[in-house]
Design a protein around this ligand. Structure first.
Ligand code: SF4
Ligand code: SF4
Ligand code: FES
Length: 595
């Protein structure tokens, strides 16, 4: 027997909540603390209350499991009044800074308050005076704007498995903070930004670099170039009105838009994804043939790399020594662009446009890139120049020599994409021919938490795994430790869905949105004339003119990196702080195996 919601008879699967069933049916029950992603919502806000026939009390629909014959009403005078009162109490102590807030015009709390008809402050609360935390190179916190919904904590603990932040204090002084009220910069945080993407207010935001980029664009002494990551156009489609274009068309429109605001050249990070595959697959084959450390883990997700460095430094030898595509692109742009563009003595400034907040940390830590804008900041930059994406010309290609990308390179923006691209090239390296049956590797696609497959190539069978979200990592690590999984290569993407669901993407707590972005990436791959990284002509040319060959001397210097045992560094720092005489310098662990 189905559940009845607002008089409509609706089927459900056991375990589904009333909130979920209603959402599927297009009934929007207001909610604040519940998330699509979260295994168990905290049920703290009570915004989602509904009336259930036979029950005198209002019930929270985010925890209420649908049952046979249950009759629910979602928008009665009683539930609307309850929600409105909750909202009035929430905003009573919220700062009156909406006009100057980075969330202005895109604030879930403000939208919900408007939807509930809250037009005046009925209650006057005492404004909080917590200090701001701007210590992190990736994420800023303003606890005064927090409504204590707990979404960020759910994301950090239950989804990401990191646990860098939690509720601290009691009663009126309660706030969300890292342990000991430390800054995020010295906490367990890996800068993934999933808390930011889930926050309904301006309490958590990315470190804003829009002003710095505007200043660089206005400076006559600079040449400013951009690189655009493949997941950015995939998400821009969601927030651009009008008929949804393909990723290719959106990228061309974005290229026009960036040229119109003054960028001197616009490059494609997917080019560097192809370059990454050339280096990473060569490294894998070398490790397999020469008995190196296996399995090798991908290194293109900076929050994952930071997780290894801060939480599991014992895994450092497993990390590929390849820089991420952002950093590879940054390095080759700085090396090659002065030969293509006449800089006339001006300073070259590189800006990367990324779906990710951790890329900000990576750029500040590694160099190679001057500024990182998330997709959200990109939209703010374009808005500042009055650019309407829907009205941009579609035919401005990206700029040589970094404008060409294979379908494989474009797949980097989704979970399993790096591995699918790698499998295509590893197969060619080991078997000496392209994959039978075409390049599509269906086993590695989609949003499953862990994806496994074995690839027979030449005389070898290569076992690979894809970890879709940091919170799913333990399943693979446990399998490795018990010997159940004998793997050669593992892709780890920190965020669910990979960069499609990155912490810098437009605000959304909806898994369907991420699925649509992935589908767009599969489509652009399917329509690509070249679908393998090893046939990217511009990458070939770069090797001929500059790099020589994968893992060669020039590649080693430009495209590979080392790692730091940050856990040990932090422990030594704590000891040094406790014993002022202990001032011995702390060394990093060089782990690069490039030539
Ligand atoms: S950025 Fe990621 S790791 Fe850091 S607090 Fe937010 S969710 Fe946790
Ligand atoms: S910081 Fe944002 S997501 Fe976290 S509890 Fe506060 S309002 Fe909710
Ligand atoms: S959304 Fe259900 S209690 Fe907060």
């Amino acid at each position: 027997m189905p559940v009845t919601i607002n008089g409509r008879s609706l089927d459900f699967t056991p375990g589904e909540t009333v909130l979920q069933v209603a959402k599927r049916a297009g009934i929007d029950i207001p909610h604040l603390c519940a998330l699509d992603w979260a295994p168990s919502p905290a049920a703290s806000c009570r915004m989602c209350v509904v009336e259930v026939e036979g029950s005198p009390r209002l019930q929270t629909s985010c925890t209420l499991e649908a049952q046979d014959g249950m009759a629910v009403t979602t928008h009665t005078a009683r539930t609307i009044k309850a929600r409105r009162t909750i909202m009035e109490l929430l905003i009573a102590s919220h700062p009156n800074e909406c006009l100057a807030c980075v969330r202005g015009g895109d604030c879930e709390l403000a939208t919900l308050a408007a939807d509930l008809g809250v037009r005046q402050d009925r209650y006057i609360g005492v404004a909080r005076q917590h200090p701001l935390d701007v210590s992190s190179p990736a994420i800023w916190r303003d606890p005064n704007k927090c409504v204590l919904c707990g979404r960020c904590i759910t994301m950090c603990h239950s989804v990401q498995g990191v646990g860098a932040i939690d509720f601290a204090g009691r009663g009126y002084t309660t706030r969300v903070a890292p342990a000991y009220y430390d800054g995020l910069n010295v906490s367990e945080c890996v800068h993934c930004g999933q808390c930011v993407r889930a926050c309904p207010t301006g309490a958590l935001v990315e470190r804003d670099e829009v002003d710095a980029v505007v200043a660089a664009l206005a400076d006559p002494a600079t040449v400013v170039v951009a690189q655009v990551a493949p997941a950015v156009p995939a998400a821009l489609i969601d927030v651009t009105p009008g008929k949804a274009p393909s990723i290719k068309v959106m990228l061309e429109r974005l290229s026009s838009a960036l040229a119109n605001v003054g960028f001197d050249a616009i490059y494609d990070t997917a080019f560097a994804a192809d370059l990454t595959i050339m280096e990473e697959t060569a490294e894998l084959v070398r490790r397999v043939e020469e008995g190196g450390v296996l399995p090798m883990f991908t290194s293109c997700s900076p929050a994952w790399v930071h997780y290894v460095e801060t939480h599991r430094p014992d895994l450092i030898p497993h990390l590929s020594t390849c820089k991420s595509p952002q950093q590879m692109a940054g390095a080759v742009i700085k090396e090659v662009v002065p030969r293509y563009l006449d800089l006339e003595g001006k300073k070259l400034v590189t800006v990367s446009i990324m779906p990710c907040t951790a890329k900000k940390f990576e750029a500040s830590d590694q160099g190679d890139v001057d500024h990182v804008l998330t997709t959200r900041e990109l939209r703010r930059l374009l808005a500042r120049f009055g650019i309407d994406m829907a009205g941009q010309e579609e035919r401005r290609p990206l700029d040589a020599p970094f404008s060409e990308a294979s379908g494989a390179g474009r797949l980097f923006g989704g979970s399993g994409g790096v591995m699918e691209a790698a499998v295509r090239t590893v197969y060619k390296l080991l078997a000496g021919k392209e994959m039978d049956g075409g390049p599509r590797v269906a086993e590695l696609r989609g949003l499953d938490g862990v994806k496994l497959m074995s690839v027979g190539a030449g005389d070898l069978t290569v076992n690979v795994a894809v970890v879709n979200g940091l919170g799913r990592l333990d399943a693979v690590l446990d399998g490795m430790e018990t010997g159940q999984l004998e793997l050669h290569f593992v892709e780890v993407m920190t965020c669910t869905g990979g960069c499609a669901g990155g912490g810098g993407q437009p605000y959304s707590t909806d898994l369907d949105t991420i699925k649509k972005r992935l589908e767009r990436m599969y489509e652009v791959d399917r329509r690509s004339q070249n679908r393998v990284s090893h046939d990217n002509e511009q990458v070939r040319e770069l090797y001929e003119r500059l790099l020589g060959f994968p893992l060669g001397e020039a590649s080693h210097h430009l495209l590979h990196r080392t790692y730091i045992d940050r856990k040990r560094v932090a422990a030594e720092r704590d000891v040094a702080a406790a014993t002022p005489a202990a001032t011995e310098p702390v060394a990093s662990d060089p782990a690069c195996i490039g030539a």
